[in-house]
Ligand binder design. Structure first.
Ligand SMILES: Nc1ncnc2c1ncn2[C@@H]1O[C@H](COP(=O)(O)OP(=O)(O)OP(=O)(O)O)[C@@H](O)[C@H]1O
Length: 495
């Protein structure tokens, strides 16, 4: 078996030699070139598994080679060697399509990690092989569903980004699939068989952040009974997703920047640093450049994280994907709710979804379908079952008024009125309760709201002599919704 062949392009003979020795020790064949002209000639003669090029060469810039190689037909990872602290060059090279970069003086442990990762390119991990439903998903290994032009473009970008180490900043509204996109990048990358670690930066108490990110040594602080790894070590060799990155406190931003620049972290309480090989993906639904302008986010960290930007379109801008998404979501739900397998939407229900603004994007569609299934007769989901009332047709500006919590409340996720759509009457009841200033707080909000809902339904039933159809009309909900609620709240005819 022949060893992978590497091309080293550098005009400094001693550095070329150093790299050659290190690479040969790793069992690789090495060719070298002292300038761009020689490098081009070598490339025309041989296939290379990796190219390592210096940035400044006597007859041009290494970045020219990066552009030529990435535009070429063969997929060859190319990494640049930049002067120490030259963030500009590193970012420019990554933007131009370089697979990765190394700073001078080249640390051998980092060189080794980078080469290993580069050599995995082109060898898809088992889980990335085409899946049976690849057509629906739109490509091998991709979990993001959709055939709209926007999604096709997004997938092309994801496939390209998967081959690089460049930090990616994913933006998009809540529920639009940022985490799924990050997982797809990881799953298609040569790091797929290593961990994908997603961290919600807004959910970690500031005092624990450093220990959570970098780990700690036994005895570093009260309660540190053992050595513990942090997120960086946990994601070593793989991908670390910094979700809601705008929520990072400034002090932590400084430490994170350092870890990114040095590719090393130091556990809390440790004296030595350790090399980490982590591909970073960040995500936020906030406007990060506005956060930079207002001083809430460091410009230098922004620059480092935002090398490549991936924008996820909101669902309302790709309504063509609704049918595919509905089919896929019902398929997924059938694991928990067998009736979902045979479920379908009436043409009117599908139309209603197409006319809806989806402030909570795909996550909201999932919630809507989950609820609708509970109401659907014989698995046929009708417009009323979708519970779109009240927010249907909301314009984007209004849509952005909803944050996750509000969407969850509307969708009933985890709330007592949970698995049912929040109807106008519920909103009124909840609203009336909230307006009562000085109200004694109930020990359990779910029980409290259940009691109110039970009272209201009982009153409506009493007024209609237990005619459930009329009672549902009175309350502005469908018969099935009323029946479902009565079951849930254990309201029986004899009550
Ligand atoms: N294109 C898509 N195809 C299939 N499922 C999707 C798609 N986009 C989003 N989803 C699903 O929608 C839900 C929300 O997606 P995800 O968590 O990736 O969104 P997000 O943008 O990261 O949300 P947040 O900003 O709230 O963290 C998940 O269950 C995900 O599987």
């Amino acid at each position: 078996m022949t060893s992978p062949r590497i091309l080293v392009v550098d005009d400094e003979a001693h550095l070329r030699e150093l790299l050659e020795i290190a690479l040969v020790k790793m069992g690789l064949d090495v060719d070298s070139a002292e300038n761009l002209t020689v490098a081009r000639a070598r490339l025309a003669q041989h296939d290379y598994a990796l190219i390592l090029t210096d940035m400044r060469l006597p007859d041009g810039l290494g970045i020219e080679l990066v552009r030529e190689v990435t535009c070429g037909e063969k997929v060859i990872p190319i990494a640049v060697i930049t002067a120490y602290g030259s963030a500009d060059n590193a970012v420019m090279a990554l933007k131009a399509g370089a697979f990765d970069y190394l700073s001078k003086p080249v640390a051998l442990d980092q060189l080794r990690l980078m080469v290993q990762s580069a050599l995995r390119i082109g060898k898809p991990a088992e889980q990335n092989r085409p899946q049976p439903d690849a057509r629906v998903r739109g490509g091998p290994g991709l979990r993001l569903i959709g055939q709209s032009a926007a999604m096709q473009e997004l997938r092309t970008q994801i496939v390209r980004l998967a081959r690089s180490m460049a930090p990616v900043a994913i933006t998009g509204e809540s529920g639009s699939g940022k985490e799924l996109a990050a997982r797809d990048i990881h799953a298609l990358s040569p790091r797929a068989d290593k961990p994908f670690v997603a961290v919600n930066c807004g959910a970690i108490p500031e005092a624990l952040m450093e220990a959570e990110f970098f780990g700690y040594r036994k005895g570093a602080f009260t309660g540190a009974a053992d050595d513990r790894d942090g997120f960086f070590q946990a994601a070593n060799g793989g991908t670390l997703m910094l979700d809601e990155v705008a929520d990072l406190p400034l002090a932590m931003q400084v430490k994170l920047l350092r870890a990114i620049q040095e590719r090393r972290v130091r556990k809390v309480g440790a004296t030595a640093e350790e090399a980490v090989d982590v591909r970073l993906i960040s995500a936020t639904h906030q406007n990060l450049s506005e956060c930079v302008e207002s001083g809430r986010f460091r410009q230098d960290l922004y620059y480092r994280l935002n090398v490549i930007e991936l924008k996820l379109p909101p669902l309302r801008e790709r309504l063509d994907d609704i049918s595919l998404l509905v089919a896929a979501i019902l398929g997924r739900l059938s694991v928990f709710a067998p009736q979902a397998e045979q479920a379908s939407l009436t043409p009117a229900a599908l139309e209603a979804l197409r006319a809806y603004a989806f402030p909570g994007n795909v996550r909201e569609l999932e919630n809507i379908l989950e609820r609708a299934l509970a109401f659907a007769n014989d698995g046929l989901i009708e417009v009323a079952d979708l519970g779109l009332k009240g927010v249907a047709g909301a314009r984007p500006a209004e849509a952005s008024m909803f944050d996750d919590g509000e969407i969850d409340a509307l969708a009933g996720v985890g709330a007592p009125i949970a698995s049912a759509a929040m109807t106008a009457s519920e909103t009124a009841v909840a609203g009336a309760g909230m307006q009562r200033a000085g109200l004694e707080l109930p020990p359990s909000l779910p029980d409290y709201l259940d009691d109110i809902e039970r009272d209201v339904i009982r009153q409506a039933l009493a007024r209609t002599h237990f005619n459930r159809t009329k009672a549902a009309d009175l309350l502005g909900i469908s018969f099935r919704q009323l029946r479902y609620r009565m079951q849930r709240l254990s309201i029986h005819e004899q009550d």
